[in-house]
Design a protein around this ligand. Structure first.
Ligand code: FES
Length: 208
């Protein structure tokens, strides 16, 4: 009589070896895919940020202009730009001068580019200098001879010739402060200005 051996419990419940291998392979592939995606998501933005920082052409740098033919103009202090010869300044009426500088970024060198403007006039022995940007919201003011005041065309801010706010009865002046005064340095007959841009919409004059 043939003996019938009972099947072991392990033999009944364990899946076949090939199924286990397939599951192991699939879970490994999923782990590798997840790791790759994680790497891309984590490192990608970092790499893009680094690239943008290094290659961004907007990281423009300006260098002080050297006035052609004027030996003294080469002595500009850090942050100062040549504006004019002192003989060009009027003792009463402010004159508008464009600030010109060489611009350099990662890829380009652009010589003599306008980077801003100022109004200047003589006041006794002193030179008065104001930024042309309206402190309200950044439009350009212009000096009006007739009213002897700086006027902004955007929202009607106006300023006295000394840069302080001008208040008319019956109208409001939206500018939070007077015109931004700039430091001036004179070397020989050359006039330099410490040209900076300032935040608009604030009561205090804070450089950007
Ligand atoms: S920007 Fe000059 S008044 Fe508004």
């Amino acid at each position: 009589m043939n003996e019938v051996k009972p099947k072991s419990r392990d033999t009944e419940t364990s899946p076949p070896q090939t199924t286990n291998e397939r599951r192991g392979f699939l879970s490994s592939a999923a782990a590798i895919t997840a790791a790759a995606l994680g790497g891309l998501l984590g490192v990608g933005p970092l790499a893009i940020g680094l690239y943008a920082t290094v290659m961004d052409p907007l990281r423009k740098k300006t260098t002080p202009q050297k006035a052609a033919g004027s030996a003294g103009a080469t002595g500009a202090k850090e942050g100062y730009y040549f504006v004019a010869q002192i003989g060009e300044l009027d003792s009463h009426v402010p004159r508008r001068f464009t600030i010109v500088a060489d611009k350099i970024d990662a890829w380009n060198f652009m010589k003599d580019q306008p980077i801003g403007a100022v109004y200047m006039r003589m006041q006794g022995e002193q030179i008065e200098c104001f930024h042309t940007t309206c402190p309200h919201a950044g439009c350009a003011v212009s000096y009006e001879l007739e009213s002897q005041a700086y006027l902004c065309p955007c929202h009607n801010s106006s300023f006295k010739v000394d840069g302080s706010k001008l208040e008319f009865s019956g109208s409001s002046n939206p500018s939070p402060r007077g015109l931004d005064a700039l430091e001036v340095d004179v070397q020989g007959t050359n006039v330099f200005v410490k040209y900076e841009d300032y935040f608009t919409g604030r009561h205090d004059q804070v450089a950007k």
